[in-house]
Ligand binder design. Structure first.
Ligand code: HEC
Ligand code: HEC
Ligand code: HEC
Ligand code: HEC
Ligand code: HEC
Length: 241
C-alpha cells in the first residue's frame, strides 16, 4: 500500500504544539520584559565598598561635581576620582587642620572618631597600597549605544536632568531609566531641560531644579534652543554605530 503521507508526519501535531507553546512563552516573556525593565532599573542602588556620601560632600560641603568627575565637560565619560583626590582632604595633615575643623563644625565629632572611622581607613589603605577602590558602576548604557557627557553639557543640559538630586543622596542610585525612549523623549522636546548658564551653573543642582520648574522655562528653553542652534539627533546612526 502506498502512503500519501510519510510516517514521520504522524509526529507533526506534536511538533506544531511544542512550537506554538514555545512562541507563546517567548511572547509573554517579551511583553513582561518590555513592560517592566524600564521601571526595575530606576532606583538601582548597589552596595558600595566605602560609604561615600554626595549629600555630605556636595550638599553640605558645597563641592563642585567637576572637582571629582574631571572628565565630564571634555569627554564621553565623567570618570570616578582616584583615592589620591580623596586624600587631598583626608590626610593626617589636613585632618589636623582644615578637614577636621570643617568636620567638627558639621557634626561635632572628635578627632579620634574621624581618625578611627572605618570608611576613611579603607580610603587610606587604598591610597597606601596603590590599589583602586572598586566602586560599583551604577549607570550604564549597553555597548551598542553611545553616550557622551561633553556633548550634553555643551548644549546646556544639567546633571540634574539625568541624575536628579545627587547632592541629596547619601548613597547614589539611578534616578532615570536610561532607556532609548527616555533619550528620545528629551531629544524631541529638549526645551524643558535647557539651562540658562549665564544665570546658574549646570552643577548647582538646587538652583537648576528651581529654574527648570519656573513658569517661564518653556519660553526660555525655546530661546536657548534657537540661540544655541540645537538639534538633538533622532536617527539611529547618531547613537548606534
Ligand atoms: C568628593 C568627590 C565627588 C564629588 C564632589 C562628586 N562626586 Fe559623584 N561620585 C564620587 C565617587 C567616589 C563616586 C563612586 C561611588 C558612588 O557611586 O557613590 C561617585 C559616583 C557618582 C555617580 C554614579 C556613577 C556610576 O557608577 O554610575 C554619579 C551620577 C555622580 N557621582 C554624579 C555627581 C554629581 C552630579 C556631582 C555634583 C553635583 C558629584 N557627583 C560630585 C565622587 C564625587
Ligand atoms: C574637599 C575636601 C574633601 C575631599 C576631596 C573628600 N572629602 Fe570626604 N569628607 C570631607 C569632610 C570635611 C568630611 C566631614 C564631614 C562629616 O564628617 O560630616 C568628609 C567626610 C567623609 C567621610 C565620612 C567620615 C565620617 O566621619 O563619617 C567619608 C567616608 C569620606 N569623606 C570619604 C571620601 C572619599 C572616598 C573621597 C574621595 C572620593 C573624599 N571623601 C573626598 C572632605 C573631603
Ligand atoms: C543627558 C543625560 C546626562 C547628563 C546631563 C549627565 N549625565 Fe552622567 N551619565 C548619563 C548616562 C546615560 C550615563 C551612563 C553612560 C555610559 O554607560 O556610557 C552616565 C554616567 C555617569 C557617571 C558614571 C561614570 C561615567 O562617566 O560613565 C558619572 C560619574 C556621571 N554620569 C556624572 C555626571 C555629572 C557629574 C554630570 C553633570 C556635570 C552628568 N553626569 C551629566 C547621563 C547624563
Ligand atoms: C535631558 C535631555 C537629554 C537626554 C535625556 C538625552 N539627551 Fe542626547 N542630547 C540632548 C541635547 C540638548 C543635545 C544637543 C544637540 C545639539 O548639540 O545640537 C543632545 C545630543 C546628543 C547626541 C549628539 C551629540 C554627539 O554626541 O555627537 C547624541 C549622540 C546623544 N545626544 C545621545 C543621547 C543618548 C544615547 C541618550 C540616552 C542615554 C541621550 N542622548 C539623552 C539632550 C538629551
Ligand atoms: C538618542 C539615542 C538613540 C537613538 C537616536 C536611537 N537609539 Fe536605539 N537605543 C538607544 C539606547 C540608549 C538603547 C539602550 C536602551 C536600554 O538599555 O534599555 C537603545 C536600544 C536599542 C535597541 C535594543 C532594544 C531595546 O529597545 O532595548 C534597538 C533594537 C535599537 N535601539 C534600535 C534603534 C533604531 C532602529 C533606531 C532608529 C530608528 C534607534 N535605535 C535610535 C539610543 C538610541
Amino acid at each position: 500500500m502506498t502512503t500519501i503521507f510519510p510516517k514521520w508526519t504522524n509526529k507533526l501535531p506534536t511538533i506544531i504544539a511544542v512550537g506554538l507553546l514555545g512562541a507563546l512563552v517567548c511572547t509573554i516573556w517579551a511583553v513582561w520584559y518590555y513592560a517592566t525593565h524600564d521601571y526595575t532599573r530606576v532606583g538601582y542602588m548597589p552596595k558600595q565598598p566605602i560609604d561615600f556620601s554626595h549629600q555630605v560632600h556636595v550638599g553640605q560641603l558645597g563641592m563642585d561635581c567637576r572637582y571629582c568627575h574631571t572628565g565630564v565637560e571634555d569627554s564621553y565619560v565623567a570618570n570616578i576620582p582616584s583615592a589620591a583626590s580623596c586624600m587631598n582632604c583626608h590626610t593626617v595633615a589636613d585632618q589636623l587642620s582644615g578637614y577636621l575643623r570643617a568636620a567638627s563644625s558639621l557634626d561635632g565629632q572628635t578627632a579620634s572618631a574621624h581618625w578611627n572611622n572605618q570608611n576613611l581607613m579603607l580610603v587610606r589603605a587604598a591610597y597606601d597600597s596603590g590599589r583602586a577602590i572598586e566602586w560599583r558602576r551604577v549607570h550604564k548604557v549597553p555597548d551598542y549605544a553611545h553616550f557622551s557627557h561633553s556633548a550634553h553639557l555643551r548644549a546646556g543640559v544639567s546633571c540634574y536632568s539625568c541624575h536628579a538630586r545627587i547632592d541629596e543622596m547619601p548613597v547614589v542610585y539611578q534616578a532615570e531609566s536610561l532607556s532609548m525612549g527616555w533619550c528620545l523623549d528629551c531629544h524631541r522636546n529638549p526645551e524643558k531641560h535647557l539651562v540658562d548658564t549665564s544665570q546658574v551653573s549646570l552643577t548647582n543642582l538646587h538652583a537648576v531644579e528651581a529654574m527648570l520648574a519656573s513658569a517661564d522655562q518653556r519660553e526660555r528653553g525655546r530661546t536657548l534652543r534657537d540661540r544655541r542652534r540645537l538639534d538633538p539627533p533622532q536617527h539611529c546612526g547618531a547613537c548606534h554605530y
